[in-house]
Design a protein around this ligand. Structure first.
Ligand SMILES: [Zn+2]
Length: 476
């Protein structure tokens, strides 16, 4: 798993660590821009499934990836992997593209550390390209758990643990007690996150003296970056600025976190005052504007305001700034990773990244460590339209087959979670097992593998669990 490395020198001199999260397609697209000509340059998607021994090995690897994210009471009953090049989404034009799978296009997440303390190792986004020249740049970094989505990825990045430890197993889990979906980090509540985060440890270790700023444009990314704030024992309310797509303003959860006064009057509605269209698309609502290259300016402006207003780098305590730089994910979901829309968005993100770094350097000089990584990637346009699948149709398929009268067998299926929740009482009443359902699903040509909760639990127990706090923290 990723770990954040801060050298003793940096800590002693009170520099700033800035962690940015982007989605991985940022680099892939930028790397292609020089020679790209058509969609055929897009990342290779094999037209066929791996055969024979390769398929067996892949299946086992994917089972182990699910096992790393196994959490009692949360993991779904059926865990599905779409065939490579197929993906499952919901019938919503904002998410015409959907990640979540273990295939290369979803798991490759380059990782970069830049700063005066970094020894260099190893596009066309000039800021990122320039950073790459002076960074430790890990091109082979991959997500090694499933599903590959925002809350799971951000919780793993911010805690350094597997989802099986931190407990964030998807965008949403099914609440069997209240018979409803339970979105993780709803209302920016960190309580479902079962492990301390980097920000949590940071504020405890510095007795609340470090400046800790977290910002994100969706609550399930912003909240895990902020950690538990004042909602942990002896915790302090760190800054959490989380975009509210209903109001267009920055919001927080005041029980655990703080929203600075100078952010309260900012509103994304200012972004479409000159035009309600962007590249031929309507963007005149706080929700729609996120799917445009206008949005990164709004994200960057807020972070710059925080850097300028807060006492960042002003004492000998190292401060921590965490940013979910989200727009590439929104635009990627709607228009795809190979679209002109995403290319325009990445250009804007790069331009505003330069502004954020300038603001930081104006405040603290060169004495900072920057870590940049991603939570997941995004599949390209399917080779044929019938390789895009919809979760409600899969729920209908299962209910039609196994529970045609009541249609109550399947309780929930969020496509980016790759987990189908089954009413196990109903299953028993119908005289069925999860294996029956898994067999049926595996016979569908668009699915590569289907595991049951039992398969994953057994694999989780068989695997040697890596516990991140092994003996080194006093907060065990
Ligand atoms: Zn996403």
């Amino acid at each position: 798993m990723r770990t954040f490395v801060v050298s003793p020198k940096l800590t002693a001199y009170g520099a700033v660590l800035l962690a940015l999260n982007l989605v991985a397609m940022a680099w892939r697209v930028s790397g292609q821009q020089v020679k790209r000509s058509s969609v055929s340059d897009a990342p290779r998607i094999r037209a066929t499934v791996p055969a024979g021994a390769a398929a067996v090995a892949a299946r086992q690897r994917f089972l182990e990836m699910f096992a790393r994210a196994y959490f009692p009471g949360r993991t779904g009953q059926l865990l599905v992997v779409p065939r490579e090049g197929d993906f499952i989404t919901r019938p919503d034009p904002d998410v015409a593209y959907m990640h979540g799978s273990p295939w290369k296009y979803d798991v490759s997440i380059p990782l970069m550390f830049a700063g005066s303390a970094v020894k260099t190792g190893l596009a066309s986004m000039p800021t990122l390209t320039a950073l790459r020249q002076r960074s430790a740049w890990f091109t082979q970094a991959e997500v090694n758990f499933l599903p590959t989505n925002t809350p799971v990825g951000h919780s793993t990045i911010s805690t350094g643990t597997d989802p099986g430890v931190h407990g964030i197993t998807g965008v949403s889990v099914y609440d069997r007690t209240h018979h409803r979906g339970h979105p993780l980090f709803a209302e920016r509540m960190p309580q479902d996150l079962m492990t301390l985060t980097l920000a949590d440890i940071w504020q405890l270790e510095t007795a609340g003296r470090a400046v800790i700023l977290a910002q994100g444009s969706i609550e399930r990314a912003a909240t895990p970056l902020a950690g538990h704030g004042a909602c942990q024992l002896n915790g302090t309310p760190v800054v959490l600025a989380s975009y509210d797509r209903q109001t267009g303003a920055w919001a927080t959860n005041p029980d655990c976190f703080l929203l600075p006064a100078y952010l309260k009057d900012r509103n994304a509605r200012t972004l479409w005052q000159t035009s309600a269209d962007w590249m031929g698309h309507r963007i005149d609502s706080p929700s729609a504007v996120r799917y445009s290259a206008l949005f990164p300016a709004f994200e960057a402006d807020a972070l710059i305001a925080m850097i300028e207003h807060e006492p960042v780098g002003e004492d000998d305590v190292t401060d921590l700034i965490l940013l979910n730089y989200k727009c590439a994910d929104f635009v990627g979901h709607k228009y795809g990773p190979d679209s002109d829309e995403l290319r325009a968005t990445l250009g804007e993100m790069d331009r505003h990244l330069a502004r954020m770094l300038s603001a930081l350097e104006a405040k603290v000089g060169a004495n900072y460590l920057l870590a940049v990584t991603a939570d997941h990637g995004m599949p390209s346009k399917p080779l044929s339209p019938d390789r895009r699948h919809f979760a409600p149709a899969i729920i209908d398929l299962l209910n039609e087959k196994f529970d045609p009268e009541a249609k109550q067998l399947i309780t929930s299926f969020e496509p980016e979670d790759l987990q189908i929740f089954v009413d196990e009482d109903r299953l028993k009443y119908l005289g069925l097992t999860l294996r029956d359902l898994a067999h049926f699903l595996e016979s569908q040509p668009f699915l590569f593998a289907v595991f049951t909760n039992d398969d994953v639990r057994r694999a989780a127990h068989a695997a040697k669990r890596v516990t991140p706090t092994r003996g080194r923290s006093k907060y065990k």
